[in-house]
Design a binder for this molecule. Structure first.
Ligand SMILES: [Zn+2]
Length: 288
């Protein structure tokens, strides 16, 4: 049996050949990513210096050497697209397929949940805290620490995961957006990557002792429920520097670190940028 190429196929093959001759999407110019394309993930990318990057049509800030960060929130849509315009004017369209994540959902039925509305003074305090946190996460700095290999700010048993949610009598509560590591009050918390302290508050209404570290290009770490803060706003930190101590401050039931990862206001899963905790704990055991 002979296979005849359709005229249409012949044309598209010719077009592809021309494109490769002209330099579209060659390996020398292509965008590369580190990270998983899944809900809750922070993904770092690299393009040739001077390239422009759009995510779903929105301009993304790129470092002078061609690095950038993008994030996909808890319920991110499956189909997204990155468009890169290289310094020579050629463009590349990269369709992304964002994998859905299974979140831990606890359905609690048959009991009436007491509506614990905080008093007006507390409500006003919480609103002020939220505004201050939002402003710290809006900060754009040109630090490139966001490209580093992040480390866990503290190691131990994970007692709370990103995206989990309680549903009371079919009414969903706010999802949990951090990763909780249970360790006693006083355990030292270190910087997961280099950065600058953009918020250091010893007593916020919900989150208690709270610290935000800006890692550049919109990527930040937030630590909640701290008992002791070592640094002030404006202080620089290097990866591994002691930042604070674990506590049980704010609205919590026990001491733990709640670590949050943000890309500007988008809440991401810190687990997406660190090695699995089991591996880190196993390596610590071997080292002892
Ligand atoms: Zn938590």
């Amino acid at each position: 049996m002979s296979v005849k190429q359709s005229p249409l196929k012949a044309i598209s093959t010719a077009a592809l050949f021309m494109a490769s001759v002209l330099g579209f999407s060659t390996s020398a110019t292509a965008v590369t990513f580190q990270g998983k394309f899944e809900q809750g993930a922070l993904v770092r990318g690299t393009v040739p210096a001077g390239s422009k990057v759009l995510l779903n049509g929105q301009a993304i800030k790129v470092t002078p050497t061609g690095q950038f960060a993008i994030g996909f929130d808890r319920d991110a849509a499956a189909e997204q697209v990155v468009k890169v315009t290289y310094p020579d004017g050629l463009t590349e369209i990269k369709p992304l397929n964002i994998a859905p994540k299974q979140y831990k959902i606890d359905r609690i039925t048959g009991i009436s949940k007491k509506i614990m509305k905080p008093d007006p003074v507390a409500q006003a305090r919480a609103a002020k805290d939220a505004k201050q946190t939002r402003a710290a996460r809006d900060i754009f700095s040109e630090q490139q620490a966001f490209m580093q290999s992040f480390i866990w700010p503290v190691t131990g048993r994970i007692s709370g995961v990103y995206g989990s949610q309680r549903v009371y009598n079919d009414v969903p509560g706010n999802p949990h957006y951090g990763v909780d590591v249970a360790r006693p009050t006083g355990t030292e918390v270190v910087a997961p990557a280099d950065g600058v302290i953009t918020l250091a508050e010893p007593d916020m209404f919900y989150s208690g002792g709270t610290v935000i570290i800006d890692h550049g290009y919109g990527v930040s770490s937030t630590f909640l429920h701290l008992s002791k803060l070592y640094l002030n706003v404006g202080d620089k930190v290097a990866q591994g520097d002691k930042v604070a101590e674990i506590g049980a401050t704010g609205r919590v039931t026990g001491p733990h670190l709640d670590w949050r990862l943000n890309w500007f206001q988008m809440r991401l899963d810190p687990v997406s940028i660190v090695p699995p905790m089991e591996k880190v704990l196993a390596a610590q055991k071997v080292a002892k």
